[in-house]
Structures are given as structure tokens and as C-alpha cells.
Design a protein around this ligand. Sequence first.
Ligand code: ADP
Ligand code: MG
Length: 346
Amino acid sequence: MTAQLGWPGGAATAARGLGWPPAPTGHPASSVAAAQATPSLLVSRGTSPPRDPIGLERMESQVSRETAEVPRRPTTLPRPPQTRVLVVANQKGGVGKTTTTVNLAAALAQSGQRVLVVDLDPQGNASTALAVEHDEGVPSSYDVLTGRLDFAQVTVECPDVPNVFVVPATIDLAGAEIELVSLVARETRLRKALDRYLDAEATAGRRYDYVLIDCPPSLGLLTVNALAAARELLIPVQCEYYALEGLTQLLRTVESIREHLNPSLRVGAILLTMYDGRTRLAAGVADEVRRHFADAVLEIAIPRSVRISEAPSYGQTVLTYDPGSPGSRSYLEAASELAAQTQEAS
Ligand code: ADP
Ligand code: MG
């Protein structure tokens, strides 16, 4: 079953390692020197990642920001032939779902794409990072799910990042899981409303290129609605112990959604997050994830970075908060890898 999802092995195999990496093979000291000479953003596939693949140590601790950071200018990426709807899901909390959603959205927008972010987490963290209002009662994803309002009535533009549009989440959404249970077609409400909106926008000459749906840390009805609405699943995996724990359950849910609600859903990408090049653990986990999931894993690993975690407290993405930082560059790289998938597919 899981083979259809594009996973090289069964989910059970995938989960067996559960983040306990094999003993690290060691990292040649020269890899740090190499990273310093050419601060490559790429973690090579299939081999042990170098100790500091993006030169993070050097950039964040040894040399001042001004001299160390050379902005990677966003390049214009080709627009996909049709809107790509991605759900960012992992029922573990704190793995980088929201961070990935908002920063990828900003990176894609800066690369010439029109992007819609749908915040489906009652915490509203994506709404905070994108600086859109999400106090209780503000028109939001809750109103769409419960059928009170359409997407067009709740979508607002992100003030700082042109071409990023946001459906905010408010705390009202916390009750939606229960409220939805008694509603008709409770699993496909988001999909129907989203498809209608996307069609209308395309007809009006405002076609979205990407839709990113940020999920809460559970596999409840909100996440099920997101999985039913999307075509592709993007799974952020934190480079920590137990990184793969829970993925079996996520994949089982995905399989069931494919069977019953959304046959076109597929695993689009796995993104390694919070990669700390100073630890052997991160390298070991990254290695293990790549071994299990092979080409589904994006080559870029998002570094653990203070800038990335600081940005939301200023209502910003790292792309606007610190454009030249390794975190910002890594999300631009992830955006271009995603765009390249479109090219490969077409
Ligand atoms: P989730 O949405 O999966 O619960 P978040 O995106 O909110 O996870 O991330 C959890 C915490 O980790 C947040 O405080 C966030 O700022 C921080 N964080 C996420 N990615 C990074 C990163 N690459 N470097 C440093 N901190 C990060
Ligand atoms: Mg979140």
C-alpha cells in the first residue's frame, strides 16, 4: 500500500529506526573547511552529510553578519502549469510545519509565484508570522469550514510579502473539530470551498500558483480536511531523536484518505528541518531519513537558526527579517527544488 505513496519501503520499515541513528561514521574535518570555502546550501544525497553543510557555524558565530552574509537573490521560478495544493502535515508538534509554511510561501512569492497560505491551526502561528489579524471573531478558516463564509471573504494579503495571501486561523477553530462532526461532508468541506475559490480566481485572471495549508499537530478532522483538499503532502521532519516516530500513523492516514476521499493525494516532499551541523545527531538523523525515503527528501536541509525562530516575534518571515541569512537562503533553495519538481513532472 505504502509503496503507492512513493515511499521506497513500507511505513513499518520506515518507522523501525524511529530516529535512533546508527553510530555516526564521523565527519572529516575537511568538510568544514570545504563549507567555508564554498558555503554550499546543499546536503548531498545518499552520502553522510558534511558536518556543517551550509557553513552555519561560520556564519552565525564566528564572523559578523555583515561580512558573512551574501544574500541569495531570489530567482524567478517557472510557474506550474496548474495550481499546486500542498498540505504541510506531521502530527508531531514543533517539527517546523508552520515555519516551513510561512517561509516557503514567502520564498515562492519572492520567486514570482502567487501563493495562498491557509492557516488551519487554531494557534494561528502562521497568521502571526505573516502579520495578518487573527483575533477571535476575525473572518477565518473557521468560517470557511463551517460554511458561514467563502474563501474570498476571508482571504487577506500579507502586508510584508507581496503575492502572499492568507486565510487566517483564529481560536474559534479550536471548537471546529467537534462542530464539524455533526456537519454533512465534514471531511471535504475545505476541499469544496477551496476548489471553488481557486476556479473563480483563475477565471478572474488571478490564478494561484501554490496553496500551502498549515496543519495542527494532530490527525483530527482539521488535518483530514487539509489532506482531502491537497494534491501533495509536504512533511517537515525535525533532525532530532524520534524524527520518524509517528510517520507510520501519518502514512496510514494518508493511505486511508487516498482510498476514501482523495485518490490524487501523494507524498510530494520531505523536508529536513532544524538541521544543526554542529551535532553528529543531526547528521545521523538526516542520513537515516534519506536512506529510508530516498528521493522524496529535498536535498536542502533547513538549518537550525536563531534568525528563523526570531522572525515570527516581529510578525515576519525570515525572508524579510534577515534576507541574507542561511535560513532565508535555505528556504529559497527549497522553493526552487519544489518548482523543479513541476518541471520534471511536465
Ligand atoms: P510546528 O508548526 O510543527 O509545531 P513550528 O514551525 O512552530 O513547528 O516550530 C517549532 C519551534 O521551532 C518554533 O519556536 C520555531 O520558531 C522553531 N523553529 C522552527 N524551525 C526552526 C529552525 N530552522 N531553526 C530554529 N528554530 C526553528
Ligand atoms: Mg504549527
